[in-house]
Design a protein around this ligand. Structure first.
Ligand code: HEM
Length: 166
């Protein structure tokens, strides 16, 4: 059961990272392509693709990460690497949910043929994809290296456990 839960967590979290790479590719295509339907299509597809891929993967990563923490001796608040991952994931998920409005506005502009292509092109998705990618790479590195360092709460719990068993 523990291995299955960890597999689901890794698939959701690293899958989220992979989906962000695809969004970065779409964002670069939107900024650089000379083909009008391709550029408009990119900004039209971002919003539904984000609802179908980014949002579920972000929520699944957060939920399965919390389950991993609670179901293992790592805990949610005992180790700095887990705490930092939690903060990164919460911040990235909240920013993504707020950004869904921007995806919707960009899609509306792309669908309106009276709006000039120069106004349809937008550097914002490329910038946000790069920032999200960096945050998720930090989270993945923390997960794999698991650097030492316990929080005050973690040290207290550790001492309590040692006193009880010794
Ligand atoms: C973008 C977000 C995240 C990414 C990319 C990510 C990635 C990973 C990866 C690759 C592992 C496997 C590491 C290994 O087995 O050596 C892992 C394990 C783990 N993750 Fe995450 N994670 C994320 C979010 C979270 C969150 C929000 C939490 C909880 C607060 C969390 C808690 C854990 C714990 C406790 C483990 C270790 C489980 C074990 O060894 O039994 N993760 N994570």
């Amino acid at each position: 059961m523990r291995r299955l839960a960890l597999t689901v967590h890794v698939v959701a979290s690293v899958g989220w990272l992979g989906a962000v790479v695809v969004f970065l590719a779409l964002a670069v295509i939107g900024l650089t392509s000379g083909d009008v339907p391709t550029v408009r299509g990119v900004y039209l597809v971002m919003e539904p693709a984000a609802w179908f891929a980014l949002v579920p993967l972000a929520l699944a990563s957060l939920l399965t990460g919390i389950l991993q923490s609670l179901g293992t001796p790592w805990g949610v608040l005992k180790h700095y690497w887990v705490l930092f991952k939690l903060l990164i994931t919460i911040a990235a998920t909240i920013i993504l949910l707020i950004y869904m409005k921007t995806f919707s506005l960009m899609a509306r502009a792309a669908a309106d043929s009276t709006i000039d292509l120069a106004w349809v092109r937008n550097p914002s998705p490329a910038l946000h994809s790069v920032l999200a990618l960096m945050a998720l790479l930090v989270a993945t590195t923390l997960a794999v290296y698991k650097p030492g360092g316990m929080t005050g709460y973690g040290l207290r719990k550790h001492r309590e456990l040692r006193q009880r068993s010794g």
